[in-house]
Design a protein around this ligand. Structure first.
Ligand code: ADP
Length: 518
């Protein structure tokens, strides 16, 4: 409410206060204060008037003050509203440019399928938009040997300025980003307890770019994998605003999607290449028995049409060879058909019948022993026969694949052992079949992927022909029987493939077909 003090020196509530002393010093004897209220009733300020003599303001003066107070309050309120509107407008404009910038960056990134160019574009955009002096994108890559290492792109500084620095390690500050734990924004790293704790540099390596303001954002793929991190620096403190953080976070999200896409694109390219290689290998496999068949049939015809005579034994042997060739081709076409089914995810229609795995193994070993020559193929079985309800043609194909690989990938020969044993399992008895060789083995990085369609080991892919489909189809056949297949191998020391098959089909009513994988 309004306060009127006609004589300051006689005023009770001012007696002895610093206010009184100030008034006296300024030569003021009387004062009044009229509050300014907004229309909504909140206090905006006051109008005070002072007199050099004791003074009792007239009623008319006070009424005039009320009018002035009302006008002043309205004016202030209007200014407040205008300022608020202007600030809103600025914020709205900022938000719009942010959104537009992110859309532009997103478009640029999504159009880029080449990983390095994409990462460079993301680093440049984020460095520029955050106001950083320099930015870096550190990202993990896995080489053909399966080792993970880190690459980086830079923006704002020449690469030479960075060369020779150690890669950031999982020290407490960088670790937050590389573990994908969250965003780090620091106004002054020199004052941050997380910074400079780790040997050998306790802070920045000597000669490091001067970082005072620091911003780091993890780049995380759809699957949750941390792909890398975006890091920004500035030599001045407090350079990275909340807005910079928002923009960089937006770019990190888009970069993650673009990197995922670039990877998928590369995988698709590889798959296409692998499929072409498969088609070429399949055509080649079909052709060689056909060439034999054609050659033999032409020879027989020439003999018959030439002299009109051909001894029966020769004719029969020729026909037998032709028959065998045609059978091979037919089996290969069956296999192709199965592979096509597998690609389409259609289950095989298994022709289950009592099948002796020991016998199948001995037959397969005999076929592969012939061309192998310098390989010693042995079959070890504790029982004379091990009979299960299986599809013999499909199981023979699994055996042919495993034995064929054992021979093919042991170019220096060596012992190949096929073991057949019975195992007791909670769900009933099952057969265990192992094919062990002493050949090239499989690199650790390829091991988890050898059953994938078209995947071939890096140690063999350029030297030994193959299509990368054999193990995929073997696994599928085994899985359709309700069984499993596994591999153990060490590069240079040989491989062991182990198949486990229930003797009886699962009787829980569910089809024994499982999703083909890979
Ligand atoms: P392919 O032999 O036609 O390439 P597979 O699907 O049969 O296709 O095998 C996939 C890959 O697994 C092979 O390319 C090879 O790298 C690896 N592999 C399979 N069997 C063996 C083995 N016995 N020894 C070494 N590597 C093997």
């Amino acid at each position: 409410e309004r306060v009127v003090v006609p004589d300051i020196r006689a005023c009770d509530f001012l007696a002895g206060t610093a206010g009184l002393a100030a008034y006296v010093q300024a030569g003021i004897h009387a004062a009044q204060s009229t509050p300014l209220f907004s229309r909504g009733g909140s206090l905006l300020g006051m109008i005070s008037t002072h007199w050099r003599e004791p003074h009792e303001p007239a009623e008319r003066d006070l009424q005039l003050l009320d009018v002035l107070a009302r006008q002043a309050a309205d004016l202030i309120e209007r200014r407040h509203a205008e300022a608020e509107r202007a600030a809103l407008l600025v914020r709205e404009r900022e938000a719009r440019t942010e959104a537009e910038t992110l859309v532009q960056v997103g478009q640029a990134l999504s159009g880029e399928l080449e990983l390095e160019a994409l990462i460079q574009a993301a680093t440049d955009a984020a460095t520029q938009l955050s106001g950083a002096q320099f930015g870096a994108f550190f990202y993990n890559v896995v080489n053909q040997q399966g080792e993970s290492y880190m690459l980086y792109t830079l923006s704002g500084v020449p690469r030479a300025a960075f060369a020779g620095y150690p890669m950031p390690r999982n020290t407490s500050l960088f670790g937050v980003t590389f573990r994908g734990e969250g965003i780090v924004r620091i106004d002054d790293v020199r004052a941050d307890p997380r910074f400079g704790r780790n040997a050998p540099y306790f802070g920045l390596p000597p000669g490091h770019l001067p970082v005072v303001s620091f911003l780091a954002v993890p780049v995380i793929s759809r699957s949750g994998e941390v792909l890398g991190g975006l890091f920004f620096g500035h030599a001045e403190p407090g350079m990275f605003t909340e807005r910079a953080e928002r923009l960089v976070t937006g770019i990190a999200a888009q970069a993650a999607i673009a990197i995922d896409n670039a990877r998928l694109f590369e995988q698709a390219q590889q798959a296409l290449h692998a499929r072409d290689a498969f088609l070429a290998a399949a055509a080649h496999d079909l052709k060689s028995p056909l060439t034999t068949v054609k050659g033999l049939s032409q020879l027989l015809r020439r003999r018959v049409s030439g002299s009109g005579e051909l001894d029966t034994a020769r004719l029969l042997s020729g026909l037998a060879t032709i028959d065998a060739g045609v059978t091979t081709v037919a089996a290969q076409i069956d296999e192709l058909q199965d592979v096509a089914r597998l690609q389409l995810g259609q289950p095989l229609s298994l022709q289950r019948q009592p099948t002796d795995l020991v016998l199948l193994a001995r037959q397969a070993a005999a076929t592969h022993r012939l061309p192998a020559g310098h390989h010693r193929i042995q079959v070890e079985a504790a029982e004379a026969a091990l009979v299960g309800q299986w599809d013999p043609v499909r199981l023979k194909r699994v055996l042919d694949n495993l034995l064929g690989n054992a021979v093919k990938y042991s170019p220096d020969g060596g012992a190949i052992t096929v073991t057949v044993t019975r195992e007791a399992d909670a769900a009933g008895d099952r057969a265990m079949l192992a094919v062990r060789d002493q050949g090239l083995g499989i690199p650790a990085a390829d091991l988890p992927r050898v059953f994938e369609r078209f995947h071939r080991g890096t140690n063999v892919s350029s030297q030994i022909a193959g299509s990368g489909i054999g193990l995929t189809s073997a696994r599928w056949i085994v899985q359709q029987h309700g069984g499993s297949i596994a591999v153990e191998s060490r590069e240079g020391a040989g491989s062991t493939f182990t198949v486990r098959l229930p003797l009886e089909p699962p009787n829980d009513g569910t089809p024994d077909a499982r999703e083909p994988a890979g």
